[in-house]
Design a protein around this ligand. Structure first.
Ligand code: TRP
Ligand code: SF4
Length: 407
């Protein structure tokens, strides 16, 4: 079924990042690299979650614009291309706020209170008053971002899984409450007529098998039939799917997270790499800066002198070897470390070279955009216009389903 689906049209992928300014290796390996890979396989929408920044930085708004700009420059530097994906700005698509409002009406309070990131962030930002309405609503705004684009796939890091899960629950609840319009059966029948007799007969047979006979296989067959029909649009497929499953009309399809193995990148001091710890290598660092930073990087503390053997498993640098170097180089480093036949500086050299090399392309591409900010703005304006076309369609359906102010 998956394959049939892909042959028909690529799944839509959506993801966003809060504007944190210059991107570092943690951002790159944690998300951005994956986005760059995905842009050629899916219909990708990537956006700057600048409203999300407000949930914690509501009193430091002066950085948001600059950080957004620098972040997008790094996205482009790393290889996201406006020819291959849509890059936009949350605040340029005000429909997100409207959907957020509607979703907030149906989201039970305990759902948002139990999200693990809620308590975590409050604890980690002790000096900030986060007992706000907006911060509690963070995952509801995120659900609006995702559901707006009917995205099938949402590539996010592990820490965001709970948010994607909540978007699924909110979508389900929305569809249950608003998806049973009276003309639903009629629209299913007219779609089936359009598909022709054999399709209609098979579809209704699978429908009976599942809804009356309770056979899972009938549901699977029915879904496969729907997804293999090239003449059905995305919306039409959703209607037939909703009829099969008995959920009524699916107004907001449930997204899935797109799990990818992303390494957790440690910082220069061995803790998680994070801008707030000041332990990063940035994507636009010059080679001499990269060299200086990596030379200083924490190693296995047992290696005080050159003749002290070390253990790569206890060395933060070696986690980078696993990301950047090939097997032979890793063997060389691990052996040299355990037998004290190489020094740490020597061990770090291939990393310095590989990272400087990879980032040269990023830096040069980014420099082009950094010197013409208007180009970046242009990309965001065009991307946001494109995103807004979909957002407007979704909102028309959402308002109609709720029964409010569509005139
Ligand atoms: N919460 C995400 C983060 O902190 C950013 C984000 C906002 C997002 N809206 C989204 C990610 C929608 C994926 C989909 O990284
Ligand atoms: Fe780490 Fe390499 Fe030094 Fe061993 S030799 S402690 S792996 S930097």
């Amino acid at each position: 079924m998956e394959e049939a689906n892909q042959a028909k049209r690529p799944d839509r992928v959506l993801s966003g990042m809060r504007p944190t300014g210059y991107m570092h290796l943690g951002n790159y390996h944690g998300a951005l690299k994956n986005w760059v890979d995905l842009q050629s396989q899916y219909d990708c929408y990537f956006f700057v979650a600048d409203w999300h920044a407000l949930t914690t930085a509501y009193d430091e708004t002066h950085t948001i614009e600059e950080f957004s700009q620098e972040m997008v420059v790094d996205w482009l530097g790393a290889g996201l291309s406006p020819d291959q994906c849509t890059i936009f700005m949350q605040s340029k698509v005000p429909e997100h706020a409207e959907l957020h409002l509607f979703l907030s009406m149906i989201t039970p309070l305990p759902w948002v209170e139990r999200v693990p990131t809620y308590k975590d962030i409050i604890n980690s930002l002790q000096d900030k008053d986060l007992a706000t309405y907006g911060f509690l609503g963070y995952p509801v705004l995120q659900a609006a971002d995702i559901l707006m684009y009917r995205a099938e796939r949402v590539p996010v890091g592990m820490d965001q899984d709970a948010h994607v899960e909540m978007s699924r629950e909110i979508a389900r609840r929305f569809n249950e409450i608003y998806g049973r319009s009276s003309d639903f059966d009629a629209s299913v029948m007219s779609l089936l007529e359009d598909q022709g007799e054999p399709f209609k007969r098979d579809f209704l047979e699978h429908h009976r098998g599942y809804r009356e006979g309770g056979r899972q296989a009938s549901l699977d067959d029915g879904l496969a039939l729907v997804s293999s029909s090239p003449s059905l649009s995305r919306r039409e497929s959703e209607i037939l799917e909703g009829y099969l499953r008995g959920t009524g009309r699916v107004i907001l399809p449930e997204p899935r997270s797109l799990a990818t193995k992303t390494p957790l990148v440690v910082g220069l001091d061995g803790r998680k790499m994070s801008k707030s710890y000041g332990n990063t290598v940035q994507l636009r660092d010059e080679p001499d800066v990269i060299e200086k930073k990596i030379s200083r990087m924490q190693t296995d503390p047992a290696r005080v002198r050159l003749k002290d053997p070390g253990d790569p498993k206890k060395c933060p640098v070696f986690t980078w070897h696993e990301i950047y170097l090939d097997e032979d180089q890793r063997e060389w480093a691990a052996n040299g470390c355990r037998t004290a036949s190489i020094g740490c500086r020597e061990c770090k050299q291939p990393l310095i070279d590989t990272i400087s090399d990879e980032q040269t392309t990023f830096r040069e591409r980014a420099a082009e955009y950094a010197k013409s900010p208007e180009k970046v703005q242009q990309i965001l304006v065009e991307g946001s216009e494109k995103a807004r076309v979909i957002a407007k369609e979704t909102m028309t359906e959402v308002r109609a389903a709720i029964g409010i102010a569509n005139a």
